[in-house]
Design a binder for this molecule. Structure first.
Ligand SMILES: [Cu+2]
Length: 112
């Protein structure tokens, strides 16, 4: 009788792990930020830790989007017009997003 019981327990554990994976996949979201007129649009947004933000350069100029905020440091490098790049923001906090080419471009992302 012991062997079947162990089998059931293993299946229950596997089911729980799979359920967690599905839940994480279902809640990870993707936000979109456009660069246009040498500005970010929107200029502020709120996401959850683990979410992705897509940066779409819909401008006539190259941009170089980056952040040096603790926990969410990234640098997209030179992004020519028409290019789209995604960043996953793993940690909660305030993320100051800037452009190395255009210092006036500012975006604040709150990661909950
Ligand atoms: Cu720029």
């Amino acid at each position: 009788m012991r062997h079947p019981i162990r089998t059931v327990s293993a299946a229950a554990v596997a089911g729980t792990a799979l359920g967690t994976l599905v839940a994480v996949a279902a809640f990870a979201a993707e936000s979109r930020v456009v660069q246009t007129g040498k500005a970010f649009e929107p200029k502020a947004l709120t996401v959850k830790a683990g979410d992705s933000v897509v940066f779409a350069n819909e401008d006539f100029y190259d941009h170089n989007v980056y952040s040096e905020s603790d926990g969410n440091v990234f640098n997209l490098g030179i992004q020519p017009p028409g290019q789209t790049n995604a960043v996953t923001l793993a940690n909660a906090g305030t993320v100051q997003v800037l452009c190395r080419i255009h210092p006036k471009m500012k975006l604040v992302i709150t990661v909950e």
